[in-house]
Design a binder for this molecule. Structure first.
Ligand SMILES: *[C@@H]1O[C@H](CO)[C@@H](O)[C@H](O)[C@H]1NC(C)=O
Ligand SMILES: *[C@@H]1O[C@H](CO)[C@@H](O)[C@H](O)[C@H]1NC(C)=O
Ligand SMILES: *[C@@H]1O[C@H](CO)[C@@H](O)[C@H](O)[C@H]1NC(C)=O
Ligand SMILES: *[C@@H]1O[C@H](CO)[C@@H](O)[C@H](O)[C@H]1NC(C)=O
Length: 302
């Protein structure tokens, strides 16, 4: 048994292994769900015979952690599975050393005639690379028909909106933030980027002292300053923050972001309620209180 397995292994490493072979034989315990998805979607031929492609393959844990609606769609909707897999594939070979921070690469997934991009980020001098915020936990496995990287998260949902579009779509939660963005004429800026936005909910704004909030909303310069204190140039996913990061904002003052292992992210001590909300021009982290720049604190009554 052992000898046969060893022989198989030797044969496989000497002949050219396809992307499918790599998933089947290199990391059998981790890629079962992905192989099943690929089989169900009838894409085995593509990953075995065609290419070259770069495959960003989520591991079993990653697929198990998908939100319930996505898991249901996987069972019911074959086209969704095809789209999901194609979103995890790029044309050609892309090795991690070719990835740069905030580089976007078109995937094989086409939506209304154009390819959806994948955003790569490179943190800690190249030690830590992400695709749409998912960590490349195993990189650069060369196959006869491409290159395989393994992800610790599924890239889902597909980002389809930019920052102002997402705030507009979710205005039930972000109506005050959206109104602040419009009043300060920041919409166009927020369509550019890429940006990281710490987004306070309406509840967060209502936690502010009433008089301070009224004064803030009445002074557009102050409102713009406070808004810019929630904005960082470049995309920083949760995975991109270290245990204790100090990050400069567009306002010019720093925020302190802590990412304690296994605990929610905080910014200036404020809890991030939901991290890594994907948008086409960066990332949004939802916060439960408004960030007040240090030079504004005199305005706040405690
Ligand atoms: C599966 O894919 C192969 C090759 O691309 C194709 O010939 C075949 O018709 C497909 N089968 C189904 C059920 O879609
Ligand atoms: C990867 O495999 C291809 C095809 O087998 C080969 O041409 C290429 O040199 C390999 N690249 C690396 C970095 O091993
Ligand atoms: C935006 O301007 C409108 C009209 O002046 C005002 O009623 C509203 O409170 C302002 N919103 C914010 C968040 O400043
Ligand atoms: C508005 O806010 C700016 C920036 O904080 C401040 O310099 C200015 O004095 C404020 N204006 C009024 C009328 O309070």
């Amino acid at each position: 048994m052992y000898v046969i397995a060893l022989l198989q292994c030797l044969i496989l490493t000497t002949s050219g292994q396809s992307l499918l072979d790599l998933m089947k034989y290199w990391d059998l315990d981790n890629m079962k769900s992905m192989i099943k998805l690929v089989t169900d979607a009838n894409l085995t031929h593509m990953l075995d015979q065609e290419g070259p492609y770069t495959l960003l393959a989520p591991n079993d844990d990653a697929i198990a952690q998908l939100p319930r609606n996505a898991l249901e769609m996987i069972l019911d909707d074959k086209q969704f599975v095809v789209d999901l897999i194609k979103y995890h594939m790029l044309p050609g070979r892309l090795y991690s050393r070719q990835m740069t921070n905030d580089m976007t690469v078109p995937s094989l997934y086409q939506r209304s005639g154009h390819a959806e991009n994948i955003r790569f980020n490179v943190y800690r001098s190249g030690d830590y690379t992400t695709a749409e915020g998912a960590w490349l936990s195993w990189r650069d496995k060369n196959a006869s028909n491409g290159v395989l990287h393994i992800l610790d998260k599924v890239m889902y949902p597909f980002p389809v909106q930019n920052i102002p579009q997402l705030l507009t779509q979710q205005k039930g939660k972000y109506s005050l933030l959206l109104s602040a963005v419009k009043n300060t004429s920041s919409t166009q800026i927020l369509e550019g980027g890429p940006f990281t936005l710490f987004a306070p909910t309406d509840d967060a704004f209502y936690k502010l002292d009433y008089n301070f909030r009224a004064a803030l909303f009445a002074n557009l310069t102050a409102l713009r300053d406070v808004l810019n204190y929630h904005l960082i140039g470049g995309t920083i996913w949760e995975a991109g923050f270290s245990y204790d990061s100090v990050v400069n904002t567009i306002y010019g003052r720093n925020v302190e972001v802590k990412s304690p292992y296994g605990k929610p992210l905080t910014v200036n001590g404020i809890r991030v309620k939901e991290s890594d909300i994907t948008v086409t021009n960066g990332v949004i982290h939802e916060i439960e209180a408004v960030l007040i720049p240090p030079d504004f604190r005199y305005m706040v009554k405690y």
